[in-house]
Structures are given as C-alpha cells and as structure tokens.
Design a binder for this molecule. Sequence first.
Ligand code: HEC
Ligand code: HEC
Ligand code: HEC
Ligand code: HEC
Ligand code: HEC
Ligand code: HEC
Ligand code: HEC
Ligand code: HEC
Ligand code: HEC
Ligand code: HEC
Length: 446
Amino acid sequence: MNRKKLQWILAALTPLWLTFHFLASIDGEKRHAFMPDQASHGHHQIELQCSVCHTENMGVKHDACASCHQEELDRVADSHPITKFLDPRNADRVAILDARKCVSCHVEHQPDQTDSMGVTLPTDYCYFCHQDVAEERPTHLGLPFDSCSTSGCHNFHDNTALYEDFLEKHLDEPAFKLDPQLPQRQIYRNWAEQNGRQPLALAERDAPSTASYSQDIAFEWSTSSHAQAGVNCMDCHQAADSNAWVEKTNLASCQSCHDYEAETFLQSRHGMRLAQGLSPMTPAQARLPMHAGAAHKELSCTSCHSDHSFDTQFAAVDACVACHDDSHTRAYKDSKHFQLWMAEAQGKAASGTGVSCATCHLPRMEVTEFGEAVTKVLHNQNDVLRPNEKMIRPVCIQCHGVGFSIDALADPHLLDNNFQGLPSAHVESIEMVIEKLNRVAAERAK
Ligand code: HEC
Ligand code: HEC
Ligand code: HEC
Ligand code: HEC
Ligand code: HEC
Ligand code: HEC
Ligand code: HEC
Ligand code: HEC
Ligand code: HEC
Ligand code: HEC
C-alpha cells in the first residue's frame, strides 16, 4: 500500500477513533449529543449504553440484537428466522429486502418512521416477497398488502396464536366459557421439604437481637408464605460474604430462590436497566404517562412486593395503579374484569376467576424445572404485549373463545377503555380461516 493511501485511510479513521474514545470517557448526558436522534420506545431506557449495540467504530455489532432477543424469537417459533434467508433459494428476495439483518426492518434513532413495535418499514412491506400470493391465491385476490398483519391474519415473527391448527382447536369455543379458572400457581411445592424446613412461628425469627425493627415487620413475616415455607429473616438479610445481618436486601437475594421471576423481570421494561448494571428505572424517566407522586420510586422486586407479607393481591392491581396513569389503566376499575377480581379478592368467588392487571400482563405460564412442569408467574410484561395477539394463548383463551379474543384485541376502543363492552366489529380473517378449515374437512371426507 502506498503511503499516501495509508495516510488517507488514517485520516478517514481518526474522527471515528476519536469519537469512540471520547464517548467512552464522557458521561451519559453528553453522549446524547452524539446520538443521531432518540432511541425507539423499546430501547430508550438503555439508549446511553451505546456499546450494547455499537462496535468501537459505531457500526452495529453483528450479534447485538440476537444477544438480547434470540431466545424469545426461538421460543415463539419465529416464522421468518434469519436461517430462512441464508437459503440460496431465497437470494432473489434478499436482494430486494435483506432480511438476514434485523436492521433492515428495525433501524434505530428514527422516531419519525418508527411504529409502536419498533418497525421502520412501510406497512405494506410483505409485498416485497409475497407478491405472488395476492395474484395467485383465490382467497387472497385483491387484498391490500397493508392488511396482511393489521387484520389479525399474520405476524412477521410470532404466529403462535394464529396458526391454523391452534385456531381450529379453539374456534368452536363460545365467546364466554363456562366456569373459567386460571391455573393455580406453584412456586416450590417441595422447597421446604427439600431444604429440611418447617413452618416458622413468630418467636422463631432469626434476626439478631442487635437489629432494630418494628413488631409489624415480624408480624407480617409470620403470616407470610415465606414463614409457612420456613424462610427466615436471615435467608434474605444475610450479607453475601459473611453471616452478618444487613438491613438492605437486593435482587440477588430474591434470585437465589426465585430465578425464573428474577430473570424474566430483568428482560422486561421494568428491569432492563438493572440488567445493564444501570440505576433502576423510575417513573420520572418514563415516556409513558405516570403519577407525578410516584416519580422517584425505583423499580425492583419490592416496588410491587412491598412489605413483609409479600401480598400478591396487592402486587396485582394496587401496586400498578400507584405508578401507571394512562386512560387504559384508569378505566380498569370500571370494567367487569375488575368486578370479577374484587369478588375473588373478597373470597366471594373461587381463586383464579378474577382478572387483575397481572392476569393479563404477568400471566401464569407453565415452565419446566428440574424435569417437572410447574406454573409460575412470567415477570416480563413485554413478552405478551405486542403484537397483542400474544396475549390470547396464555391469557384470554383460558376464559374466552379465540374468535372473541381476536375481535376484542383488534378493537382500539376496548384497549383504551380496558375492555368495557363487546367488540364493535368482527375480524374478517377468522371467516377466511373457518372457510378454509371447512373446505379441508370436506375434502378429507370425500
Ligand atoms: C438498542 C441498540 C442501540 C443503542 C443502545 C444505540 N444505537 Fe445507535 N444505532 C443502532 C442501530 C440499529 C442503528 C442503525 C444502523 C443501520 O442503519 O445500519 C444505529 C445508528 C447509529 C448511528 C449512525 C446513524 C446514521 O445515520 O448512519 C450513530 C452515529 C449512532 N447510532 C450513535 C449512537 C450513540 C452515540 C449511542 C449511545 C448514546 C447509540 N447510537 C445507541 C442501535 C443502537
Ligand atoms: C441489551 C439488550 C438489547 C439489545 C442489544 C437490543 N434489544 Fe431490543 N429490546 C430489549 C428490551 C429489554 C426491550 C423491551 C422489552 C421487550 O419489548 O421485549 C426491547 C425492545 C425491542 C423491540 C420492541 C418490542 C415492543 O414490543 O415494543 C424491538 C423491535 C427490538 N427490541 C428489536 C431489537 C433489535 C433489532 C436490536 C438490534 C439492533 C435490539 N433490539 C437490540 C433489549 C435489547
Ligand atoms: C423483514 C422485516 C423484519 C426483519 C428482518 C426483522 N423483523 Fe422484527 N419485526 C418485524 C415486524 C413487522 C414486527 C411487528 C410484529 C410482527 O408483525 O410480527 C417485528 C417485531 C419484532 C419484535 C417485537 C416482538 C415480537 O415478537 O413481534 C422484536 C423483539 C423483533 N421484531 C426483533 C427482531 C430481531 C432481533 C430481528 C433480527 C434477528 C428482527 N426482528 C428482524 C419485522 C422484521
Ligand atoms: C424478505 C422477504 C420476506 C418478507 C418481507 C416477508 N416474508 Fe413471509 N416468507 C418469506 C420466506 C422466504 C418464506 C418461506 C416460505 C417461502 O419460501 O414462501 C416465508 C413464509 C411465509 C409464510 C408461510 C408460513 C410459515 O409460518 O412458514 C407466511 C404466512 C408469510 N411468510 C407471511 C408473511 C407476511 C404476512 C409478511 C409481512 C408481514 C411477510 N411474510 C414478509 C419471505 C418474506
Ligand atoms: C423474603 C425475604 C425477606 C425476609 C424473609 C425478611 N425480609 Fe426484611 N426486608 C426484605 C426486603 C426486600 C426489604 C426492603 C429492603 C430495601 O428496601 O432495600 C426488607 C426490609 C427490612 C428492614 C428495613 C426496614 C424497612 O421497613 O424497610 C428490616 C428492619 C427488616 N426487613 C427486618 C426483617 C425481619 C426482622 C425479618 C424476619 C422476621 C425479615 N426482615 C424477613 C426482605 C425480607
Ligand atoms: C431462601 C429462599 C427464598 C428467598 C431468599 C426468597 N424467597 Fe420468596 N418464597 C420462597 C418460597 C419457598 C416460597 C413459597 C412458599 C409456598 O410454597 O407458598 C416463596 C414465596 C414467595 C412469594 C409468593 C407469596 C404468596 O403469598 O404467594 C413471593 C411474592 C416471593 N416469594 C417474593 C420474594 C422476594 C421479592 C424475595 C426477595 C426480597 C424473596 N421472595 C426471597 C423462598 C424464598
Ligand atoms: C410489576 C409488579 C411486580 C414486580 C416488579 C415483581 N413482581 Fe413478583 N409478582 C407480581 C404479581 C402480581 C404476582 C402474583 C401473580 C399471580 O398471582 O398470578 C407475583 C408473584 C410472584 C411470585 C410467586 C408466584 C410464582 O409462582 O412465580 C414470586 C416468587 C415473585 N413474584 C417474585 C418476584 C421477584 C423475585 C421479583 C424481582 C425480581 C418480583 N417478583 C418483581 C408482581 C411483581
Ligand atoms: C414503581 C412504578 C411501577 C410499578 C409499581 C409498575 N410499573 Fe409498569 N412500568 C413502570 C415504568 C417506569 C415503565 C417503563 C415506561 C417507559 O419506559 O416509558 C413500565 C412499563 C410497563 C409496561 C410496558 C409498557 C410498554 O409500552 O412497553 C407494562 C405493560 C406495565 N408496566 C404494566 C405494569 C403492571 C401490570 C404493573 C403491576 C403488576 C406495573 N406495571 C407496576 C413503572 C411501574
Ligand atoms: C384483559 C386484559 C388486560 C387487563 C385486565 C389490563 N390490561 Fe393493560 N393492556 C392489555 C392489552 C391487550 C394492551 C395493549 C397492547 C397493545 O396492543 O399495544 C395493554 C396495554 C397496557 C400498557 C401499555 C400502554 C402503552 O401505551 O404502551 C400498560 C402500561 C398497561 N396495559 C397497564 C395495565 C394496568 C396497570 C392494568 C390494571 C389497572 C391493566 N393494564 C389491565 C390488556 C390488559
Ligand atoms: C379468568 C377469566 C378471564 C380472562 C383471563 C379474561 N376474561 Fe374477559 N371476561 C371474563 C368474564 C367471566 C367476562 C364476563 C363478565 C360479565 O359479563 O359479568 C369477561 C368479559 C369480557 C369482555 C366484555 C366486557 C363487557 O363489558 O361486557 C371483553 C371485551 C373481554 N372479557 C375481553 C377479554 C380479553 C381480550 C382477554 C384477554 C386479554 C380477557 N377478556 C381475559 C373472564 C376473563
């Protein structure tokens, strides 16, 4: 390489090199200045951590998106995984839209062209690769391309609630199921047994006599399921490196016994800052509407599980409405779901018949632990939030038919008023699916 060329390259690289070193040495506020524009809804909480997405020369790390999202996409059996586009048979499509790269559809720092799901493409982009469908399939003739994913038919990644076999299984169910009930939670059915613990009484608490605390704390603990399972004060209040008493506990102490809850919390928009080693999220930093009085509450396990009774009924509604303050949240207490929840909370209806904020947003999921299926509470509310059909499978179909659920979730008015009243329109695509299922059944019968 001749010297001139080398000098030229060095000159070209210097600003980048300087930028990086400068960025690494300055604090967050100033880093903002180097960002082309604010980050998307999903990432604004961590936008100042440039290095989670960017390489030293401000390119996008090749595995940045996958490192945080691949597990979720795999779990929902992504309909368009990258591997599909590595197949040489799809080279012509890749030439039109390079779907091997997440950033072809999810650019950052472009607030004007980013939709609510972090997508930066025009809504009719399915056309790029599936032009033939509207031209050749009788059922799809003349359908506009911006309707593929807006009318409840297809999503790009997650179609678990829209697969035909799933729809077929649930189509005949009535809009309102008879005597519906959510699955019961099981935390560690055998934890006490496996760890040789017995239920503890008030006098058996093991906080040292030097610790000062109110009797309320001791009493609340003694009535909690922790005391019932033999979990004592020192299980949460012991220093990590000695057996000394510490008043301040942290997330790690909860995580040692509640790994699934902690892990899913850290993936959520409640815990994603803690996952990056940043200060906890607070309502003051939010883009969504929040109560002014809650501005400086820090998000951690104890923002919902506040006192020593670890009352999950409090966590499921009262905790949420103390921070969130949008029309959907405010409308909840006028809904029939809330009436069902009150009946359950007051012991007038069976447990699992009420619908709280947490019923929909932190649903009970079946997970496998030590080879055994157990039902636990998913603490990542974003896992079931958008596209909102994600809520059908774990939540709505416990109590409603799938057609009713799709119709309700497609109605913007019902989202805003927290499901007061019946869906105003019927999602046509369901009729298409029913027609197809009937056709297939008729052919099979021949
Ligand atoms: C959540 C991931 C993420 C974070 C965090 C992030 N960026 Fe980006 N950034 C992107 C993506 C994606 C692109 C688009 C790349 C493309 O178009 O190929 C981008 C593009 C850029 C560009 C190039 C813009 C252009 O028009 O070519 C700059 C400069 C940049 N980011 C700076 C920053 C700075 C500075 C920070 C930290 C204050 C930051 N970014 C934080 C994901 C991120
Ligand atoms: C450090 C981890 C991290 C990295 C890196 C990251 N994300 Fe995210 N992303 C999150 C979290 C956490 C959320 C918010 C919770 C959620 O929506 O799942 C989110 C939200 C999103 C959303 C919005 C989902 C919604 O419902 O609003 C999209 C789309 C997205 N990320 C795509 C990407 C892409 C593409 C990249 C690579 C440029 C990327 N992410 C990089 C953690 C990350
Ligand atoms: C061809 C465009 C395209 C590409 C490429 C793409 N996405 Fe998406 N992504 C979308 C669309 C459209 C949505 C909106 C929801 C839907 O229709 O499934 C979405 C939604 C998401 C969401 C929100 C949650 C969900 O399950 O829908 C995440 C997270 C996400 N994408 C991450 C990624 C990551 C990570 C990559 C790279 C491995 C990627 N996307 C590649 C178009 C794309
Ligand atoms: C970058 C190209 C590309 C884009 C954009 C794209 N697809 Fe696909 N899609 C494919 C490829 C490749 C396949 C694999 C099957 C094939 O070869 O047709 C596929 C398969 C499918 C399937 C088959 C079912 C399945 O789960 O395997 C459906 C349905 C589908 N796409 C719908 C959509 C919809 C709806 C959109 C827009 C939201 C879209 N696609 C956008 C390339 C694309
Ligand atoms: C399941 C875990 C757990 C158990 C068991 C537990 N605590 Fe706590 N304790 C906490 C958490 C979480 C906090 C709040 C810490 C914070 O704000 O950082 C706390 C706070 C405290 C405080 C500080 C004052 C306050 O109100 O915030 C005292 C004192 C205390 N606990 C005493 C006790 C005593 C005495 C026992 C046994 C009778 C006990 N704890 C059992 C988790 C636990
Ligand atoms: C030493 C292990 C251990 C630690 C540490 C621990 N827990 Fe627990 N926790 C349990 C067990 C065991 C149960 C289940 C009791 C049962 O079977 O009902 C439980 C139950 C719970 C419940 C359900 C209460 C109910 O009434 O249904 C919540 C909420 C909870 N823990 C939160 C926390 C939080 C938050 C922390 C950290 C401050 C924490 N736990 C620390 C073992 C622990
Ligand atoms: C946004 C509020 C919120 C936050 C933050 C939160 N929880 Fe929960 N948690 C709940 C609600 C609500 C329930 C009960 C849901 C139900 O009954 O279906 C629950 C249930 C639990 C349970 C018992 C149910 C089970 O089987 O999973 C444990 C254990 C638990 N949480 C631990 C934690 C830990 C550990 C953290 C911090 C990493 C945490 N929670 C943070 C709201 C929260
Ligand atoms: C201490 C305050 C606080 C509590 C308690 C709380 N949240 Fe949040 N919540 C937040 C903040 C802050 C965000 C992030 C908002 C942002 O980034 O703009 C958030 C995000 C969310 C989101 C994601 C919204 C989105 O668009 O991605 C949902 C859903 C949510 N919370 C539901 C709940 C539910 C349900 C409860 C109760 C079980 C609850 N929250 C308890 C403060 C709180
Ligand atoms: C019957 C189920 C259900 C109940 C009950 C429910 N929600 Fe929602 N919530 C949803 C759905 C569906 C969405 C919309 C997701 C979308 O399409 O954007 C949503 C959206 C949200 C959002 C995100 C708003 C945004 O603009 O990003 C927050 C925050 C939220 N809910 C909090 C709550 C709180 C707090 C409660 C209790 C007071 C509650 N929800 C009760 C189903 C429910
Ligand atoms: C635990 C059971 C349960 C779950 C889960 C549940 N619902 Fe409901 N829902 C009901 C019952 C029962 C009613 C009827 C209440 C009545 O008429 O008194 C109802 C009523 C409704 C109504 C009509 C309200 C009215 O004012 O007439 C809508 C709309 C609705 N649900 C939508 C949903 C959606 C969407 C989901 C999932 C995000 C969902 N529900 C989850 C039990 C549930």
